[in-house]
Every structure is written in C-alpha cells, then in structure tokens.
Design a protein around this ligand. Sequence first.
Ligand code: ZN
Length: 271
Amino acid sequence: MKKIFLFTLLAAAARGQMPPGDDQKLAHDIYKEIIEINSAVTTGTTTPVAQVMAARFRAAGFPESDIFLGGPIPGKWNLVVRYHGTGVRKPILLLAHTDVVEAKREDWSPEFDPFKFTEKDGFYYGRGTADDKAQAAIWAATLIRYKREGYKPDRDLIVALTADEEGGGYNGVRWLIENHKDLIASDFALNEGGGAEMVNGKKISLNVQVAEKYVMNVRLEVRNKGGHSSVPLPDNAIYRLAEALARLSHFEFPLKSNGGHAGLFRATGED
Ligand SMILES: [Zn+2]
C-alpha cells in the first residue's frame, strides 16, 4: 500500500497536475516567509519558523489540540500538526526539517542574500530553498488546502517540522521520539531525499529514495616500539598511521546493485 501512495503522488507529478493558483501562491508565500528567517544551526533559531507556521495552521482553522509547539531549548522548537482522517489506517508522517546550514552573506554572490528569498530566471535562491524549506512549505500548504477543501483521507496525516537535521536530529526527530512519540506514531514517514533531475530544462526524473547511507566512525590505533625524538626512526607509529590513511584514501567500495537500482536505471533510461 505504501508503494501505491507514492506512485499516486508521482503519477500526479508526472502528469503535471498543479494545485489551484491560490494554493500555489500560499506555498510560495510560506516558502518565502520561512526562507527569510535565519534558522542556521548556530547563528539562527528554528523557533520563529515553528511559530509562524503554527499561526498559519491556526488561521486555516486547525484547532489548538492538533497543533504542538515545543522543543528541548528555547531556540529549538518543533511544530507537529495533525490532520484528521477517518482512521481506517494508521497515520502517515510527513517530515521536513527547518534548520539550515550556516550561511555567511560575504560568501554568497553579490546579488544574493542567503536570508532573502530571491527568484531569478525561474530558480529560487536563499539558504534552505532546497534543503529543506521547500518541503516544509509544500507539506504545510497541502494540509491547509486539504482543510479548506474538506478532504477526508482514510488516515491521519501528520506534518512534523523539526528543529534539527543538519548537525543531527537531537532537538528534532530524536527529541520528538523520546518525548512525544504519540504525536508522530505512524505507519510510515516520508522525508527529504531522492531529489529530482533536470537536464537543460527538461525534467528527467522525480526520485524516491528508499534507504540512506550513514556514517561509520572508525578509530585507528598504531603501536610501535617508539624511541627518542632526537634519534628519529623511519619505522614509527605516526608514519605507519599516515600510510594507513593514505591507503584508505585510495579505497573504493565495490559496486553493488540490487533490484531498486536496476528499476531506476531502466525507468530513467527509457526517454
Ligand atoms: Zn536536509
């Protein structure tokens, strides 16, 4: 059933079905509003993002009981909003994080300010336009549209706009799981990832990412008989470790494929 839901979304996207103009404008307005709030990990805060979004849900008629605002510290608030369905099936969780990577004005091109939403030649510029405030704006605008249209899905839809991702999910998803699991308990979640591809203005694909690579921390320790630095030896622990790191830098994991890759390449190779 999960696949059917995703394919329905993708099929709608592929057919180019766009929401009505007012809803597109709403998504655009929300997008602009939250891009212009500095929510960078150390120089900003996600709390005003959560607050302005909560205000929009309230204005759209969502009751206070379906809106949760909070976080572990004052600058790291999350927003969780529930849209009620008939409850035949378990909820779907729609995730987007509202923190962004640091951005210094002086590092950007003169015509762009990282915290000023700019539209130029059909592209949007500003920190978080791709990661991940577009998704946050789309989830929010979609829920508000459903509310206005009176759409009744067969399950609750939960939007969680979380405070952390760029440096780990400590104040975001992890905090919600540890402190408010009931708010986000769901059948499955849709999160960022996958992306889309466009070549020379032609839309090539809208990808579904089903897994995520993860970091693996390794501690290397080298032992050696040592000696006095006044009589340096060519065989010493520092050089051996350096050689090991150099060898590691040349290592490449062997290519492995599975059904998912094969399907992706088949589908994207058709055009
Ligand atoms: Zn992200």
